[in-house]
Design a protein around this ligand. Structure first.
Ligand code: KG4
Ligand code: ZN
Length: 341
């Protein structure tokens, strides 16, 4: 089965071609520079940029895969959640292509697709997911921080999520206070490499709460107060690196502790993780160490597949088509393939 997939839920315009569980192409055009001067994603600008980029990106994906439109068996797109105007651009374009080709259209839930991104890369990519189920999966990005129990393929249960800011938002907003450009996550990661994570202490919100939810707004506020009281830190590169390392450690420690605690409580021996923040080197390192220590299996999405991309949409669409999962009617709200705990 050959599927063209499109993703436009936020600030990446992406098109991919997948066939029989393999990624033939995955073209991504990032709008990060466009939004940087505003310090965050501007929804209207994102939608206009998708309109401009979607056809060239789709053509690039088809060319790179050496596939013509006539060879496609289905067309998939992110149906939600995301920025409504941005979603509409990719979703409607994909529906139109499916309509013109008289092929099925598959609407995909964005978070559910992230769950599958740890499996689709690697050498070789995992084809039989069932060996690694159940698993506890962390989806962590600028827009979401969600802990999910994957019971079996296409059957998931949300264990917890952030009650305020997402972890990536915390990286970006604390970085902005430090004068770093948007998105600050990657820059904090780089500066933190030369810093001492124990130089300054910041709260680990909800670390000891008896639930699987997260909260990052209090940590953000404590960084604001810290900088109000110690503005000199921003003038000294060494102190700035220490600050980055200390903030990063607080975020990473909460993500790691709550993910592994949930897995242990549920008797689950496999951890997976995805989303833009999972590019963070300290977070990857701590997940690797914790899995070694606990004797658990770890599967992290490849960095290029952590951030938003159409390949994960295509792979999930293919599994859904293969298993004849009914897809949402064209204008129906997308339903995630999971239930709230
Ligand atoms: O998944 P993504 O591309 O978009 C959504 O938010 O859906 O994630 C972007 C987020 C941003 O908040 C960015 O700062 C963060 O991922 N990020 C990182 C790193 N790379 C990207 N955060 C920490 N360390 C990184 N290396
Ligand atoms: Zn995402």
């Amino acid at each position: 089965m050959t599927i063209l997939a499109i993703e436009t839920s936020c600030d990446e315009t992406s098109a991919a071609v997948v066939r029989d569980g393999k990624i033939l192409s995955n073209a991504v055009s990032s709008q990060v520079e466009l939004h940087a001067e505003y310090g965050g994603v501007v929804p209207e600008l994102a939608a206009r940029e998708h309109l401009k980029n979607l056809l060239p990106v789709t053509q690039t994906a088809l060319d790179a895969a050496k596939i013509s439109a006539g060879e496609l068996d289905a067309v998939a797109a992110t149906q939600g959640p995301g920025l409504p105007m941005a979603l509409l651009v990719g979703f409607r374009a994909a529906q139109a292509v499916a309509f013109a080709l008289r092929k099925p259209f598959v609407g995909i839930h964005h978070h559910e697709a992230h769950l599958y991104s740890p499996w689709i890369s690697g050498n070789p990519p995992v084809v039989d997911f069932s060996k690694f189920q159940p698993n506890v999966s962390l989806i962590v990005s600028g827009g979401h921080t969600i802990l999910v129990l994957v019971e079996s393929e296409l059957k998931h249960r949300v264990l917890g999520s952030t009650i305020d800011d997402a972890a990536g938002e915390c990286f970006d907003k604390t970085g902005k206070m430090m004068g770093l450009a948007y998105p600050a996550g990657p820059e904090i990661d780089r500066l933190a490499e030369q810093g001492n994570p124990r130089a300054y202490h910041f709260p680990r919100p909800m670390l000891n709460d008896r639930n699987d939810d997260f909260s990052f707004s209090g940590l953000k506020t404590s960084v604001r107060y810290f900088l109000r009281d110690h503005p000199e830190v921003l003038q000294d590169r060494r102190a700035l690196c220490d600050l980055c390392a200390s903030v990063q450690e607080a975020i990473v420690e909460v993500l790691e502790a709550k993910t592994f605690r949930a897995a242990k409580r549920l008797g689950v021996r496999c951890i997976t993780a995805s989303g833009g923040v999972m590019c963070n080197s300290r977070l990857r390192e701590r997940f690797e160490l914790a899995c070694q220590l606990e004797g658990m299996t770890l599967r992290l999405a490849e960095k290029s597949l952590c951030t938003d991309n159409a390949a994960m949409i295509g792979i999930l669409a293919e599994r859904k088509q293969a298993q004849k999962v009914p897809v949402a009617a064209l204008d129906e709200d997308i339903k995630p393939g999971w239930v709230l705990a």
